[in-house]
Design a binder for this molecule. Structure first.
Ligand SMILES: C[S@@+](CC[C@H](N)C(=O)[O-])C[C@H]1O[C@@H](n2cnc3c(N)ncnc32)[C@H](O)[C@@H]1O
Length: 269
């Protein structure tokens, strides 16, 4: 958790130079309309991908369901600590908790949205979600310097981190999102981060329409960058940890406008 704020541009020429290196949050802000005063998120996709109960099957159905269940059942204790990044309203997360409870697992689930107002407050009141750690800022901008208390709570604190259509989707710094997520894992922890490649926005890969192999090459690049970032973090902090990042090709779905799929991050030691 160490993203530095970029320096303020000193003049117009400088400003132009920085324009191409905008931080993740600025790019993200173009993707959604934020009523900053009232701290309300208005996602263009709300109604479909808002963490409603209908999302449970879409996210946790199919192969991801087996991966998560097998992992939780085989490798974890009865009370896994789970972080859902960008749960939206959180109703799909509540159903995940119910599902795990059917198997005798009682997870402690934390949530982190952009804003505290986004999660259904009933879920906290009824202790279905333990903590809403939303910081009124973008996940990728959470850093040791400004958010030391929060970073302490997030670092190496979760057995399982799940990020469905959230961090890593609505900005261009996919590798950075993966790196930050990896740092949240306890030993033997796993993370599932959904990435999206939009045919209309990612024109570098999709000038001539959907192209899965080009996209996979780009994902490979992002995966390598994320691993390098993790390596240099570990070296800087003299830590001995091992991580693996894989693209779950069997989760790729081709929609009309995008590819969606999950990345798996494993902390081995
Ligand atoms: C489109 S909604 C998806 C909600 C739910 N996960 C689903 O798949 O239905 C995006 C959610 O992720 C959160 N989000 C997206 N990007 C984020 C970021 N970079 N940092 C923190 N939260 C983010 C938003 O607050 C919002 O709750």
């Amino acid at each position: 958790m160490s993203l530095k704020q970029p320096p303020k541009p000193k003049n117009k020429r400088d400003a132009n130079r920085y324009r191409n290196k905008r931080p993740a949050c600025e790019i993200l802000n173009q993707e959604l309309v934020i009523d900053h005063k009232n701290k309300i998120e208005k996602w263009c996709v709300v109604g479909r991908n808002n963490g409603g109960s209908h999302r449970f099957e879409q996210i946790y159905g199919g192969r991801l369901r087996k991966k998560i269940l097998d992992f939780v059942l085989d490798e974890l204790k009865q009370h896994p600590e789970i972080m859902v990044l960008g749960p939206g309203e959180g109703h799909d997360t509540a159903l995940l908790k119910l599902e795990l409870e059917k198997y005798g697992i009682k997870p402690e689930i934390d949530a982190l949205n952009l804003y505290k107002g986004t999660l259904d407050k009933e879920l906290i009141k009824k202790r279905i979600i333990r903590n809403d750690l939303s910081a009124d800022k973008v996940f990728e901008q959470i850093n040791q310097h400004d958010d030391s208390k929060l970073v302490k709570r997030l670092l190496e604190n979760y057995h399982l981190v799940i990020a469905p259509k959230s961090v890593g989707v609505f900005n261009k710094s996919r590798a950075f999102s993966l790196y930050q997520v990896a740092l949240m894992l306890k030993p033997n922890g796993r993370a599932y981060v959904e990435l999206t490649f939009d045919f209309r926005k990612d024109l570098n890969f999709f000038k001539n329409g959907p192209n899965k192999s080009k996209m996979l090459l780009e994902v490979e690049k992002q995966r390598t960058i994320a691993l390098r970032m993790i390596d240099s973090f570990l070296k800087n902090h003299k830590l001995n940890r091992k991580f693996e990042i894989s693209v779950l090709k069997d989760t790729i779905i081709e929609h009309d406008i995008c590819y969606d799929f999950f990345i798996e991050i494993k902390r081995i030691t």
